[in-house]
Design a protein around this ligand. Structure first.
Ligand code: ATP
Length: 798
């Protein structure tokens, strides 16, 4: 924090040396001591010395920046009296006075310097505070963003880590599965290899067997060939035996023939027969022998056949065996081929799995490296978050300090605001708690000729802008009001004058602004204005817009406002709720239409202990914006015109009362305010003698006159602090009474028509306004106008 001395005017080099050796307090003490001992104080002593050397200006310039005064010194300087000398020693007196003046000048300069320093310090602090606040807010935002980013990064990293861990777990389980698969495949491969080996052995065996079978087959074939050859030879032998047998049989036949011949020749050849018989026996023996031989050969042949068959069967069997073995060999071959293919695919798969495994291992390594890097990052993030937290704490501390300063400043602002309100109110009170403005409307095409003939505005310094003169029957009637607006005054000109009152309503005061005047004098124009163009807007919309604008701007100071609006109309002493959603229920029960009572509500006016007015059954709407108010005013205008049609009522015969209740609370100070803003367009005034009214119209006019007269009576009674406040059964005055007394602010517009045919009405209105203008409520009014209130000048509308 900057010390206060930093903002002081710079010290002269010579003095800086002194300042380095002793503090200002010591110096002040020294100055005081020197003064009491009469040896001269540092500033004044220096001044005196320099005065002697006739170089006062330069000395003052250089010394004033180094001299400091204590309160006591300043008071002593102010209270210092002339030393008593010779009574006519004017020269000495003058010197003394010059000395005193110089010291006083020094003191004043010192004061100015200090004051400038304070102002600079204040400005610097203000700018420091603003920049620090901005910086704090920025840093806080940055911190928040950074923390959010870090949190996000941390959460991302965490999710990444968890996903990586999950992936690792998955990879590991996959790896385990792969290893398991690999192991199984290895087993299968080894089993297949074993099988292949056993199959190879079997194949070898089968091959051997096949070779043996082939050899056997060759042998068998040889055997078979030999058997066939043998068979052939046996068949040949058999054939030869057959041919032998044939020849033998032929021989036998021949022998038989020979026998016959022989037998024939037996006798002849008995001898020979015998020999022949012997030969025959031998031949028979031979034949037996041959038959036996034949049988033996046949047996042998049979045996050989058997053997051949057996060999053939054997051969067939062997062939079958060979075939089955070949099939088996083929099968084995196929099987081996398949196994080999399987083995190859398994090998490829294994290789692929091994590759996958190694790539996964690599991936795991990469992921682990990632994990390590991310952990490292996390650590870094933690560290930076710690650093950030530290910075954040520092910033928080700075913010706290700044907030404390801000609170201090806010307190000062609040105090300033209180002072502003007080001053604002004082200004208004000085202007008068009751003020009367007069507004003269321009001539309308329907009016008679010339404004100047009826109304004129005095140009004397005292009455400029405040005076108005009305001419009736050649006689001039001068009036003075707080402000007089001529026919050229715009709506904005008028609003500028009343806008301070609007501020008072927000400050918690009761404010009542009403327009009074004869029919057609411009009351509605003043209060409501016209909707065609924004610049024609009247006081009511402008005031409400300002209220919302100010209430918005006060939000920064912690003020929160709740606004409630109600709009009513008083016609013939009956209240009509212009915001009632049910139009027929907007009328008071006491009203009748064509002699038939209209069903509706009873609007009873009550005042509570806090001086607030309540109208029972009245619609109260919470409003937050000027737009809402506009739509309410629109609704009220429609209800009004509907009411007029229903009641067969003429325009301007009713008082239009817009009430805005303002409840403000300051969240910082818990200060509360309750203001009321009443904006009223009164019914047009009319003299009975002039209206020539009869019947209901007469009653209406009497009621209006009664309520207007009663209004001035109430204002008068409140101004005079009279105990009895006359209401004369006027609902209007009873309604407004809490807003007229005490420190309430009342502003009355008296609207004047320049139409020569209504000069009498204008005079009457001006007299009424003058009567109100003479009232004083609260603090005494300014001295500029002498006011008198003639109790007997009560207006008569009769
Ligand atoms: N300052 C002005 N400038 C221009 N025209 C105005 C001004 N004042 C009033 N007028 C016009 O004069 C006419 C009568 O004004 P207005 O209706 O406001 O009178 P009023 O006093 O409200 O009458 P009433 O008592 O009958 O309601 C309107 O046409 C209005 O536009």
């Amino acid at each position: 924090m900057a010390s206060r001395n930093q903002n002081r005017p710079p010290r002269s080099p010579s003095n800086r040396k002194v300042g380095a050796e002793e503090n200002p307090l010591d110096k002040r003490r020294r100055i005081g001591a020197e003064r009491t001992t009469g040896r001269g104080r540092a500033p004044f002593g220096a001044l005196n010395n320099k005065t002697e050397s006739n170089d006062v200006g330069r000395v003052e310039g250089s010394e004033c920046s180094t001299v400091e005064f204590t309160k006591e010194e300043v008071e002593a300087l102010l209270n210092e009296k002339m030393k008593k000398g010779a009574p006519f020693d004017n020269k000495k007196k003058i010197e003394q006075m010059q000395d005193l003046i110089k010291r006083l000048k020094l003191c004043v300069k010192w004061f100015k310097g200090v004051e400038d320093g304070y102002v600079q310090e204040k400005e610097k602090l203000q700018s420091d505070l603003e920049s620090a606040e901005k910086k704090c807010a920025d840093t806080e935002n940055e911190m928040k963003i950074k923390i959010a980013e870090l949190n996000e990064t941390i959460s991302n990293l965490r999710t990444e880590i968890s996903s990586l861990e999950e992936r690792i777990r998955k990879e590991e389980s996959e790896k385990m599965e792969t290893i398991e698969c690999y192991r199984k495949e290895k087993d299968a491969r080894s089993a297949a290899e074993q099988m292949q080996a056993s199959l190879s052995i079997e194949l070898e065996k089968v091959r051997d067997e096949k070779l043996a079978a082939e050899r056997q087959a060759i042998l068998n074939e040889d055997k078979y060939k030999r058997s066939e050859d043998y068979n052939q030879s046996l068949q040949n032998y058999n054939r030869s035996l057959q041919s032998d047998l044939k020849t033998i049989n032929e021989a036998h036949k021949r022998l038989e023939t020979e026998k016959a011949t022989i037998v024939e020749n037996l006798s002849n050849v008995r001898g020979h027969n015998k020999a022949l018989q012997d030969q025959l026996v031998t031949l028979k023996a031979l034949q037996d022998e041959a038959t036996k031989q034949k049988e033996r050969s046949e047996n042998e042949f049979k045996c050989l056949r058997e053997e051949l068959k057996q060999t053939r069967d054997d051969r067939d069997r062997r062939l079958e065996q060979v075939q089955t073995l070949t099939v088996e060999v083929d099968k084995y071959k196929e099987c081996t081929g398949k196994s080999l293919v399987q083995l190859d695919t398994l090998t490829i798969k294994t290789n692929a799995l091994e590759e996958t495994c190694s790539s996964q291992r690599e991936q795991i390594n990469i992921l682990q490296q990632h994990l390590i890097a991310e952990r490292e990052k996390l650590k870094m993030a933690d560290l930076s978050s710690l650093e950030t937290t530290k910075i954040f704490e520092d910033q928080k501390r700075i913010i706290r300090e700044l907030q404390e300063r801000l609170t201090e400043k806010e307190f000062q602002v609040i105090e300033g605001d209180k002072l502003r309100k007080k001053l604002h109110n004082t200004i208004l009170e000085l202007k008068g708690n009751i003020r009367v403005f007069c507004r003269v409307r321009p001539l309308l095409p329907d009016d008679g000729p010339g404004t100047d003939t009826v109304v004129s505005f005095p140009t004397s310094t005292e009455a400029l802008g405040r005076g108005i003169e009305l001419v009736q029957s050649g006689q001039k009637y001068p009036f003075t009001f707080d402000k007089v607006f001529n026919h050229e005054a715009s709506q904005q000109d008028v609003f500028i004058e009343i806008s301070q009152l609007v501020q008072s309503a927000l400050d918690g005061y009761k404010v009542c602004i009403f327009a009074y005047g004869q029919t057609g004098s411009g009351k509605t124009y003043t209060m409501m204005g016209r909707t065609e163009a924004p610049e024609l807007k009247g006081l009511i919309p402008r005031s409400l817009e300002q209220i919302f604008q100010i209430s918005q701007s006060l939000k920064d100071q912690g003020w929160k406002y709740k606004m409630q609006a109600s709009i009513l109309e008083i016609y013939n002493e009956s209240i009509r709720d212009l915001l009632s959603s049910n139009r027929s229920s907007g009328f008071e029960t006491s009203r009748t239409e064509n002699g038939v009572p209209v069903t509706g509500k009873q609007y009873t006016i009550k005042h509570d202990a806090n001086g607030n007015t309540h109208v029972s059954d009245l619609t109260i709407v919470d409003v937050c914006s000027a737009n809402e108010i506009s739509s309410l005013l629109h609704q009220a205008a429609q209800s009004r015109s509907v009411g007029r049609t229903q009641m067969n009522e003429q325009s301007s015969r009713s008082h239009f009362v817009f009430t805005l209740r303002i409840c403000g609370i300051n969240e910082n100070t818990e200060q509360q305010v309750q203001g009321v803003l009443n904006l009223i367009d009164l019914a047009g005034s009319e003299r009975l003698s002039r209206s020539g009214a009869t019947g209901d119209r007469l009653k209406e006019t009497q009621a209006i006159n009664r309520s207007l007269s009663s209004l001035s009576d109430v204002i008068f009674a409140l101004a005079k602090k009279e105990e009895h406040v006359p209401f004369r059964n006027s609902k209007l005055t009873y309604l407004l009474q809490p807003c007229l007394g005490g420190d309430s602010k009342t502003l009355m517009f008296v609207n004047i028509s320049p139409d020569p045919s209504s000069t009498g009405e204008s005079l009457c209105s001006l007299r009424f306004a003058a009567r109100v203008n003479a009232c004083e409520i609260g603090v005494p009014r300014r001295q500029t106008s002498t006011r008198s209130f003639d109790k007997d000048s009560r207006l008569s509308y009769g």
